[in-house]
Design a protein around this ligand. Structure first.
Ligand SMILES: O=P(O)(O)OC[C@@H](O)[C@@H](O)c1c[nH]c2ccccc12
Length: 258
């Protein structure tokens, strides 16, 4: 059983509970659309999706005591384009309350980073103020991914469609994903390799599809390297959570796009 299988098994239980208890529309925070696609496609610097990540299965505790609202404000002040909030509790120690707090604290689009397997999680994300939903190709069959994709788009929210190999890239194209996240981390082995982005981005029309490279970024050299593949954004978790000089970290990673 892989870690992803374990996480998904837990998610099934969470969703069953949610279906029994969740009241639609309870948390609506004055929803207004904040588009990831438009802002990153037209930027002249590498877009940064900065993540609130307390812990992870591969690294254990990263910063469990973080104040998500404060952290998000610092991300915004220093040049983030989107804030990603991990809301999975059993494996990443995040909560939906974190997302709500972040939504109140910043003006940027917010990505609800979770393992989405059911429409009710999308309803909840929207109610809490998310503008972008993560769909992980490896988590579900294509038909189900298509349904969840269409459902999210019907709310006018963006989908970050996460892939890790050629087969998943084919699925992303069939579904019509306009924002593709290439995860450099192998969810089975936790190994990180930027070559994953280079290999897969080659087969994407990056003038029309927004490509985000995810995981493993800590230096300017790494960003300069993947920029050559037409990537317009990176998703950075651990480096942001551990940084004691966010201004410097952002200045380094936000390389010019030309
Ligand atoms: O902490 P890193 O190496 O910067 O990685 C961030 C992000 O890519 C990672 O948190 C992530 C990518 N895809 C995911 C899916 C679920 C949970 C987490 C993730």
């Amino acid at each position: 059983m892989t870690i992803l299988d374990k996480i998904l098994a837990e998610k099934e239980k969470e969703v069953a509970q949610l279906k029994a208890t969740y009241q639609q529309g309870q948390h609506q925070v004055g929803f207004e659309r904040r588009s990831l696609y438009d802002s990153f496609m037209h930027a002249d610097k590498m877009g940064i999706i900065a993540e609130i990540k307390r812990a992870s299965p591969s690294k254990g505790t990263i910063n469990e005591a973080v104040n998500p609202a404060e952290q998000a404000k610092h991300y915004e002040e220093n040049g983030a384009g989107v804030i990603s909030v991990l809301t999975d509790t059993p494996f990443f120690k995040g909560t939906m309350a974190d997302l709500k707090a972040v939504r109140k604290a910043v003006k940027l689009p917010i990505l609800n980073k979770d393992f989405i397997i059911d429409e009710i999680q999308i309803d909840r994300a929207k109610d809490y103020g998310a503008s972008v939903i993560l769909l992980i190709a490896a988590a579900l069959p294509k038909e189900r991914l298509q349904q969840l994709f269409n459902y999210t788009r019907s709310y006018d929210l963006d989908v970050l469609f996460e892939i890790h190999n050629e087969k998943e890239l084919a699925v992303a194209k069939e579904i019509g994903a306009n924002i593709i996240g290439i995860n450099n981390r192998n969810l089975k082995t936790f190994e990180v390799d930027l070559a994953t982005t280079e290999r897969l981005a080659k087969d994407i029309d990056t003038t029309r599809t927004l490509v985000i490279s995810e995981s493993g970024f800590s230096t300017k050299e790494e960003v300069e390297r993947i920029k050559q593949s037409g990537v317009r954004g990176i998703l950075v978790g651990e480096t942001m959570m551990r940084s004691d000089d966010l201004k410097k970290t952002f200045d380094e990673l936000r390389v010019p796009l030309s």
